[in-house]
Design a protein around this ligand. Structure first.
Ligand SMILES: Nc1nc2c(ncn2[C@@H]2O[C@H](COP(=O)(O)OP(=O)(O)OP(=O)(O)O)[C@@H](O)[C@H]2O)c(=O)[nH]1
Ligand SMILES: [Mg+2]
Length: 383
């Protein structure tokens, strides 16, 4: 089922590794009675690291990886030996993943490039061995520093696909059909509303081996911002597009009204979306003759570049591609900085509920020994 394979929301509990304790070892061998301190440092606990990967398109591989624990650092030992570092855990995520603190909704980081790494949760530092604490007045320190504790954090990973152009339109406007004609994507197409239930991405080849990415998202209807239809759940996938391609079919009763409704719903979701460059495509123009086309031109919303297209006959498709290519390459339309707003819980209500319902199913987390009292010695704050 396509809908269950498109996962753009996951909540993960992360725990970094504890730092290993410093050693309190005192050197001694058959010839040396009191060789002094030689306790080595503990190893650093493992980090939880996020890494961008172009091999992933969704977060589905993380759907059942709800608890991620990095390894603990080993304690230091004699002869000033360092403890082994805890194993880092690397979470691979698709480019366009944004991370929020699940408790506060605060924005934490985002991953936009393949190979980009961000330490999401730092592993605890290893404690220093007693060798560091030898002084002229205390040549035999029988203490060492404990390792830093692990850090626990629950995070929400959200995918906001990175596409150059996003399709916006009412259901049945012909969005998926356009994507299927200009790219190799095979979205479902049918003559009923809400055929598309999850976003589809397609790579559109342009001239001379150039290409751009187009995102087809489920249709939007009036009241989507109040949850009608599929609501605004998928609108985040056009937040990072350079331009938006509005699609309104030629047989629409009132093109200007339809356009205004769409624009208003975008505004309700995120006012920044309205600042994006827009292009309008009147779809299904194979149903019009020249006379009707001329008439239609009089009823268009003002101040927006408009293309008349038909995905069935191919009318206007290459002109539309030219138009899109010009717009996405304009310096002013490039998305340089993403705004890093805190997560709006209301936008993800359905996903959060679904997620929490699933969560009760599994997880008997293995009990871990978190008793820090055994690390007696110098605390980090005292240094
Ligand atoms: N005549 C004509 N019909 C078209 C054209 N493009 C799409 N259609 C038809 O319009 C209907 C809806 O097309 P879709 O591409 O599924 O529309 P959509 O905008 O993706 O719809 P949702 O996924 O429900 O939001 C289908 O029956 C298509 O065959 C066109 O250029 N000309
Ligand atoms: Mg569709």
């Amino acid at each position: 089922m396509a809908s269950s394979n498109f996962v753009d929301y996951v909540k993960i509990f992360c725990r970094s590794g504890k730092g290993g304790a410093g050693s309190k070892h005192l050197y001694r061998d058959k010839l040396t009675m009191k060789g002094g301190p030689d306790g080595g440092d503990g190893g650093r606990g493992g980090h939880i690291i996020l890494r961008g990967s172009k091999n992933h398109w969704t977060l589905i591989h993380l759907k059942y990886a709800r608890h991620i624990h990095a390894g603990d650092g080993d304690g230091g030992s004699q002869s000033r030996s360092f403890g082994k570092e805890g194993e880092d855990k690397v979470i691979e995520v698709p480019c366009g993943t944004v991370v929020y603190d699940a408790e506060t909704g605060e924005y934490l980081c985002d991953i936009t490039e393949d190979g980009q790494e961000v330490v999401l949760v730092q592993g605890g530092r290893g404690g220093q061995g007693n060798w560091h604490f030898r002084t002229s007045t205390n040549q035999t320190p029988r203490f060492a520093q404990p390792g830093e504790p692990s850090i626990e954090k629950t995070v929400i990973l959200q995918l906001k696909v990175l596409a150059d152009v996003g399709l916006v339109g009412f259901p049945n406007a012909g969005k998926s059909t356009l994507l299927s004609v200009v790219s190799a994507a095979k979205p479902e197409i049918a003559n009923y509303p809400f055929t598309t239930l999850v976003p589809n991405l397609g790579i559109v080849s342009y001239r001379d081996g150039k290409s751009f990415v187009m995102a087809d998202i489920p249709g939007i209807i009036e009241g989507a911002s109040e949850g009608r239809g599929l609501g605004l759940r998928f609108l985040r996938h056009i937040e990072r597009n350079s331009i938006l391609l509005f699609m309104i079919p030629a047989d629409s009763d009132d093109i200007v009204k339809e356009f205004d409704i769409l624009l208003n719903e975008l505004k309700q979701y995120n006012p920044e979306l309205v600042e994006k460059q827009r292009v309008l495509a009147i779809s299904k123009c194979d149903m019009l003759d020249d006379e009707l086309t001329e008439e239609l031109k009089k009823e268009l919303p003002g101040d927006i570049q408009t293309a008349f297209i038909s995905s069935v006959s191919g009318l206007g498709i290459s002109e539309l591609k030219d138009l899109i290519w010009t717009e996405i390459n304009k310096e002013s339309n490039k998305v340089v900085e993403f705004s890093h707003r805190p997560m709006e819980i209301s936008h993800n209500l359905i996903e959060a509920e679904e997620w929490d319902e699933d969560e009760d199913e599994e997880w008997s987390d293995e009990e871990e020994d978190d008793d820090l009292s055994k690390y007696k010695g110098i605390g980090w704050d005292e240094l």
